[in-house]
Design a protein around this ligand. Structure first.
Ligand SMILES: *Cc1c(COP(=O)(O)O)cnc(C)c1O
Length: 832
């Protein structure tokens, strides 16, 4: 056998594209010994992990090619999902699950005397997102692939993802997340598909021989966008879609002038400027920060992705865009990529010589916008001077879109100048601002909210003017989460127990999960359910012990609130309850007190002072309580550092009580609530976001409801008097007094005053004092219910059984039918 044949044999070309479980062991060994050049497994399993990832990736690449080829076989309507964030977490476990390789992987690892769970620990989270919005994008990609829908994700390959959080002396400390340092075996660079992105410069207008005006964006500083493709496997269907992440690089001729002037080293050093664009993820959740670099990121992602799609179109069909809108949809994940509206206009007009009317028709037939928040501080605006400097041609186009749009407004509301001012894409003021949400609405054929209440509030409040103009654009798509990662993968014991009873279909047809409802009163099933929960609780005990040094006890209720730290999410209200329980213990009022372990976790934006102070309060309260022997039998409190996707995979299967306690009208949907529900946690929550739909699905008796209702809010806020509420509620008064006395900050006097002030403020947007009493009452009902373990287990089973609608498969099916109008792609994998 000559050496070429040898290579072919090792790679398995003769077998065709089918590489399967039979060759997995050989491939693993080949990658370990040859690709990585190793011969022993180290402490961290890093190389074994990398070899395994490459082995799995081979199988993904083969299917990805087949998926792409089947799309090329005939023109197919496709979606580009544009998002500045994809909070993917780890990929290995998910890929092994979706490719159904559990058994062969376990067998293959035996020769290395390694367990899969240990090897999987070596993978860094891909933390390219802040929280819910980024994780939603990740769940959507899983569902799109699992439903065989032709959807490509487009995002940014941040060099540094979401910061790592440690807690030092009770304070949050941020550490850079250099997640690529040890390599990223899942991605494949495709430099041949690099795109040029323009910045700065100016616009020149000239007339051609026929008298037609052309705009040229000249003297620009260009940056290269280099794509890295990450495979997205569907669940056991041989479909593998793609997430294309763009990295910024300097062009070769960058600052040639300086080079010619002899400043060679300076010119090369300038490369940094280009590479800065994709250096770091902005760690702000639900608030904008207005930094120029952020706008550069947004334009960079958007321009690269649109150019990519147009280039492929022209390569296939030439510069005929008649059918472009028939075959393409762009879904904008929040306003972050909403500059796409102006950029698609620019590309069609300036690069492909389309008229305004044609380009506008194409744009408004292809763009769809998802709104994620009602918080005014999160609505993106960019100053006009900044825009003019950075993206002069785009500002021109936005002005033209606005002029034409305001004519429409004037037709609808003749003579109403205020309407025009309110709806203008440009907000007047000392420094005029571009309103990105309005740009997105005007340029899109679909605008959706992410839960029923949220969409209702959007159409009645924030976007009411636009709703009156274009009611047909607005629709709701309640969020969901993927049951593959958030049940099968993270809670395999529960998944097996469920499958024993109702078969395995529920994993790809999650509505079928309701079949386990039949067993909620079955004694043996209840015992098995509880045994699984205890096993999961023990894993969380180990994690909390390792990362907090605190002993949790599986015999106590696990009461959990993990999510970004934000005033509207009201971790502060939860701490007040914890302090109230502590007061009861101190005063001997322990009758009917259900022992609890209370877990907090979440990151605060580094510049968000109050959120960071809430973290400090949680840690100080935890320290005081955990050090008190009186409290030990009843109450333990921990703040788990560095909450991320991987931590959530251990947390949600172990949780008894899910805290979803945002101020009504502030949480657009929530998705953490859904992960907990699927895993059999019971929710204590307000009538906010998707909580409302969760409560409807599971039934009022199986959900612990409290707090103000959204229709009461105006009235409550008009007469809000927190001092009076505190004075008249002994429990709240005692809690506030204990904090005020410095009990939790003996050596840091006055530390928590800003939090006390915020609670007592008449304008407290978050209504902490208002909801305290009903929250405590609901918590007392929780305690009573937990007392009866059989009853609680029933509730737990009923919650999982009712979680069918909260699969992202349901959400994506709705996007696909109502907005995207896609048909399923048929993978040709294996049809050789
Ligand atoms: C699901 C998830 C979120 C969103 O949680 P909410 O409670 O909906 O805010 C945020 N971060 C991570 C890591 C998640 O897995």
């Amino acid at each position: 056998m000559d050496s070429k044949q040898e290579v072919c044999k090792v790679v398995g070309w003769q077998e065709g594209p089918l590489i399967d479980e039979n060759t997995l062991q050989d491939d693993l060994t080949r990658h370990f010994y040859y690709t990585l050049g190793r011969d022993r497994v180290g402490e961290s399993h890093l190389y074994l992990y990398n070899a395994l990832a490459l082995t799995i990736r081979d199988r993904l690449v083969a299917r990805c090619r087949a998926t792409r080829q089947s799309l090329l076989a005939k023109p197919t309507r496709q979606v580009a999902y544009l998002s500045l964030e994809f909070l993917m977490g780890r990929a290995l476990g998910n890929a092994v699950l979706n490719l159904d390789l559990d058994k062969s992987v376990k067998n293959a690892l035996e020769q290395y005397c390694s367990r899969f769970e240990e090897v999987a620990q070596a993978e860094h989270d891909a933390g390219l997102g802040n929280g819910g919005l980024g994780r939603l994008a990740a769940c959507f990609l899983d569902s799109c692939a699992s439903l065989a829908l032709p959807v490509t994700g487009y995002g940014i390959r941040y060099e540094y993802g979401m910061f790592n959080q440690s807690i030092e002396k009770g304070h949050q400390v941020e550490h850079p997340d250099n997640w690529l340092r040890e390599g990223h075996p899942w991605e494949i660079a495709a430099p041949e598909h690099s795109r040029r992105i323009k910045f700065f410069g100016s616009v020149e207008v000239y007339q051609d021989k026929k008298g037609k005006k052309h705009h040229q964006w000249v003297d620009t500083h260009d940056v290269l966008a280099v794509p890295y493709d990450v495979p997205i496997p569907g669940y056991k269907n041989d479909v593998v879609n793609t997430l294309r992440l763009w990295k910024s690089e300097a062009t070769d001729e960058f600052d040639l002038d300086e080079f010619n002037a002899g400043s060679y080293t300076e010119a090369v050093a300038r490369k940094n400027l280009a590479e800065q664009i994709t250096m770091v993820l902005y760690p702000n959740d639900a608030s904008e920060n207005g930094k120029e670099l952020r706008l550069r990121q947004q334009y960079f992602l958007t321009s690269a992705s649109l150019q990519d799609i147009l280039f492929d179109w022209v390569a296939r069909f030439g510069e005929d865009f008649t059918d472009f809108a028939k075959f393409n949809v762009f879904q904008l994940n929040d306003t972050h990529p909403s500059i796409a509206v102006a950029e698609l206009m620019r590309l069609l007009m300036d690069d492909y010589e389309q008229d305004w009317q044609v380009a506008w028709l194409i744009t408004t037939q292809t763009m769809a916008y998802t709104n994620h928040t009602l918080l005014p501080e999160a609505l993106e605006k960019w100053s006009v001077p900044l825009f003019e400097n950075l993206l002069p041609r785009l500002l021109e186009i936005i002005y033209e879109i606005n002029a034409r749009f305001l004519v429409e407004v004037a037709c609808k509301w003749p003579g109403n100048v205020e309407k025009q001012r309110n709806m203008s894409l440009i907000e007047e003021g000392d420094v005029p601002q571009v309103r990105m949400a309005y740009l997105a609405i005007v340029g899109s054929f679909s605008v959706n909210g992410v839960a029923a209440l949220h969409t209702q509030l959007l159409t009645q409040g924030l976007f009411n003017d636009f709703y009156q103009l274009w009611p047909h654009k607005f629709n709701n798509k309640t969020n969901g989460v993927t049951p593959r990662r958030w049940l099968s993968h993270c809670n395999p014991k529960l998944a097996d127990l469920i499958s024993q009873k109702i078969g395995r279909d529920w994993v790809f047809d999650f509505a079928k999960i309701s079949k386990i409802r039949r067993f909620y009163d079955d004694k043996k099933f209840q015992q098995q359910w509880q045994a699984v929960k205890n096993c999961n609780k023990q894993k969380l005990v180990d994690l909390v012990k390792r990362d907090c040094g605190i002993e949790f006890d599986i015999n106590m209720m696990f009461d959990v609130q993990v999510k970004r730290i934000h005033e509207y999410k009201r971790q502060l209200l939860n701490v007040l309850h914890v302090i109230h329980l502590y007061e009861r213990i101190r005063t001997g009022d322990t009758k009917n007190l259900t022992p609890r372990c209370v877990l907090f976790g979440g990151k605060a934006a580094p510049g968000y002072f109050i959120a960071k102070l809430i973290i400090k309060l949680i840690n100080n309260v935890a320290q005081t309580i955990n050090a008190d022997p009186l409290a030990k039998p009843y109450l333990r409190v921990a703040f788990l550092p560095n909450y991320n996707v991987t931590a959530m995979e251990t947390i949600c299967p172990a949780t008894d009580l899910s805290e979803q306690i945002s101020t009504t009208g502030k949480e657009a949907s929530g998705t953490g609530n859904m992960k907990f529900m699927m895993n059999g946690a019971i929710t204590i929550g307000t009538l906010d976001g998707a909580n409302i739909e969760i409560k409807e699905a599971v039934g009022d008796d199986n959900f612990f409801l409290f707090g103000a209702k959204s229709e009461q809010l105006d009235d409550i806020r008009a007469h809000y008097d927190p001092l009076c509420i505190i004075e008249n509620n002994k429990e709240l008064k005692d809690v506030i007094s204990l904090i005020e006395s410095g009990h939790f900050n003996l050596f840091e006097p006055g530390l928590f005053q800003p939090l006390l002030d915020s609670i007592k403020c008449q304008n407290d947007e978050w209504l902490i004092a208002y909801d305290f009493e009903s929250y405590i009452k609901a918590q007392n009902r929780v305690s009573l219910a937990y007392h009866d373990q059989t009853h609680w287990t029933r509730l737990s089973i009923l919650n999982t059984a009712a979680s069918g609608a909260f699969s992202s498969d349901r959400t994506i099916t709705e996007y696909s039918q109502d907005i995207w109008q896609l048909t399923q792609n048929e993978s040709t994998y294996g049809e050789v």
